[in-house]
Ligand binder design. Sequence first.
Ligand code: ADP
Length: 448
Amino acid sequence: MFQKVLIANRGEIALRILRACKELGIQTVAVHSTADANAMHVRLADESVCIGPPAAKDSYLNIPSIMAACEITGADAVHPGYGFLSENARFAKILTEHKVTFIGPSSHHIEIMGDKITAKKTAVELGIPVVPGSAGAVETEADAKNTAAEIGYPVLIKATAGGGGRGMKVAQTEADVLVAWSTARSEAKAAFGNDSVYMEKYLGKPRHIEVQVLGDGKGNAVHLGVRDCSLQRRHQKVWEEAGGPTILPEERDKIGEICAAAMRKLKYSGAGTIEFLYENGEFYFIEMNTRLQVEHPVTERITGIDIVYEQIRVASGEKLSMVQKDVQFYGHAIEVRINAEDPQSFAPSPGTITFYHPAGGVGVRVDSAVYQGYKIPPYYDSLIGKLIVYGRTREECLKRLSRAIDEFVVDGIKTTLPLFQRLIKEPDILAGNYDIHWLEKYLAANKV
Ligand code: ADP
């Protein structure tokens, strides 16, 4: 097992990883920008190293600084969390070359899943169902027209290097396909420095369903069931459920087993999430994230498995602590993301938290790194906490979530809590009757 883990992240996820390390008896090193000197992950870690100025590119994304921090502290492993360097194959490679373990998959697996066309090809080879679409990049106008005609309208043009929903354009008919294609290309070029795009059938009313997997890198892998993350704003998840309002246990086990089998074939190591759109009983692969995800706690809650423990175990060369038949599912869990944002305009709301009282009680987990008096810096993601609630049934979970949201107080800044107070009263939400477009439509129709 590792002696000392450096956590190359900040905020709630840095704390989440730190907690797992403490329970495993591993020393922790926090790294931080000058803006985060007073952050909770820095206070609670055994050691800390300042790695640069506020801008993420100069600190949390600064590979030489992080390598220097490993060197100074003698850390023998790095946990990257999510975001920042978590899906940077070069970082994983550099660490390995310096004999520091990257707590995550091999740089090869990060690479093949990072490029979306390669990921889709790999998915097909592994027997994972995919959205019908172009075989590879769509490079010319003629190619765009012909491929769209073959797939059938509407079609979606997506950036090969895509992320965060950028570089994505829908074409409803042949009349808009060339405009959509060239706009997607220029957006992709601007956002990712790569104008390569591909094409998919545009699904009208899908749900976003994802499968959590764990592998040991030696050909053993399990799935931990599915999460429904259909409630999204601008392709960003806002509310996630495990237990899944519409996915039956048989369907969960079937898609889960397809994914676990694929990970065994790949000899995948660590945690991963295989994302699907789900429509009319069919699953369509869209991408794989080769890292821990923000919404992992809902899966932990209904399986009792600590996903971060498992990541650390397998990275250190141990086996997974379970086989598939040990994975049991209990009840329902929902996570809502508390962002420091105006709940109407979604404009960021950094500043000092003057009063903080997190929800508590039966079935409630709060993953956050903020505290009363903490000043949220304006430089990073606006996620300040996650409220995760459990119930034996979805109904029980929703009731508990409603009272937990009412109990939660964050003063001094604006947060998305009032949005959840409204959502929890919506008949469609209570009935689990929503697809990936529901929230955007609701927000457009309910402007105050
Ligand atoms: P990114 O990496 O940019 O987030 P994804 O491929 O994960 O891109 O897609 C992000 C979101 O875009 C999905 O969760 C879904 O809401 C929407 N989307 C992606 N592909 C399709 C499709 N073929 N049809 C309809 N919506 C899609």
